[in-house]
Design a protein around this ligand. Structure first.
Ligand SMILES: Cc1cc2nc3c(=O)[nH]c(=O)nc-3n(C[C@H](O)[C@H](O)[C@H](O)COP(=O)(O)O)c2cc1C
Length: 210
């Protein structure tokens, strides 16, 4: 599929994946790469992609997702986790990486660092996590688009308990908290949802021209 709009019209929130079909690892990597290439505010990328393919671990997540079986019955579950340690050291690591990547003299990104620290690090912990989760959703969008272009079915999920996921996946000790989920795989031939027409507003309802 070449066109993104065509791919997005093809995709739907799969209710039943074919659990026999696994997404090849190189395809999973392409999807993760798209998420990594998505822009984030300041470029800070305050998230991690936790790729869960272990069936037992996925099964143990169902109870933390209001019983939604498609967190387990898929090929891979990608948990986009927000960082909880957005401090000056985190920002400094980023500015040092900018300088190294672009062969800039040490300290040349210090002004940029001061802006980020004053804007993001200065927020409360709760505000920083909300901000980090917003960035996680950008990565989610990129991954969904890439998966669809590769004809890999995908289903985003926000209906879960972050604390339950953090516990099962050991995220707290990694300074992460689960932000949003992306189940990927291939639709089951018997998933009736694939036959339902897509429900979207007319563009004219949501586009405001000034
Ligand atoms: C951020 C996000 C969170 C969602 N959370 C859930 C969820 O917890 N459970 C669920 O069954 N569907 C969930 N969905 C699926 C949406 O209901 C679905 O994508 C929407 O109705 C549009 O339908 P479509 O994806 O088939 O086009 C979520 C979708 C997004 C984008």
């Amino acid at each position: 599929m070449q066109q993104l709009t065509e791919a997005l019209a093809w995709r739907y929130a799969v209710n039943q994946f074919d659990t026999e079909k696994k997404v090849p690892e190189e395809t999973v990597e392409k999807i993760l790469t798209a998420g990594n290439l998505m822009p984030t505010a300041y470029g800070l990328q305050p998230f991690a992609f936790v790729v869960v393919s272990d069936e037992a671990i996925k099964q143990s997540l169902i109870e933390h997702a209001y019983g939604q079986k498609h967190v387990a019955e898929n090929s891979h579950l990608i948990v986009i986790a927000a960082r909880t340690d957005i401090d000056e050291a985190f920002v400094s690591e980023y500015t040092a990486r900018i300088e190294a990547t672009r062969n800039l003299p040490a300290g040349s990104a210090d002004g940029f660092k001061t802006v980020m620290v004053g804007d993001i690090v200065a927020r409360t912990e709760a505000e920083r996590i909300v901000w980090a989760k917003r960035q996680a959703f950008l990565a989610l969008g990129g991954m969904m688009a890439q998966a669809s272009l590769l004809e890999v079915d995908n289903h985003a999920l926000e209906g879960f308990s972050p604390s339950g996921f953090d516990e099962v996946l050991g995220l707290k000790e990694k300074n992460l908290t689960a932000g949003v989920l992306l189940a990927i795989g291939y639709r089951s031939a018997t998933d009736e949802w694939q036959h339902y027409a897509k429900v979207r507003r007319d563009l004219s309802d949501i586009v405001i021209e000034k």
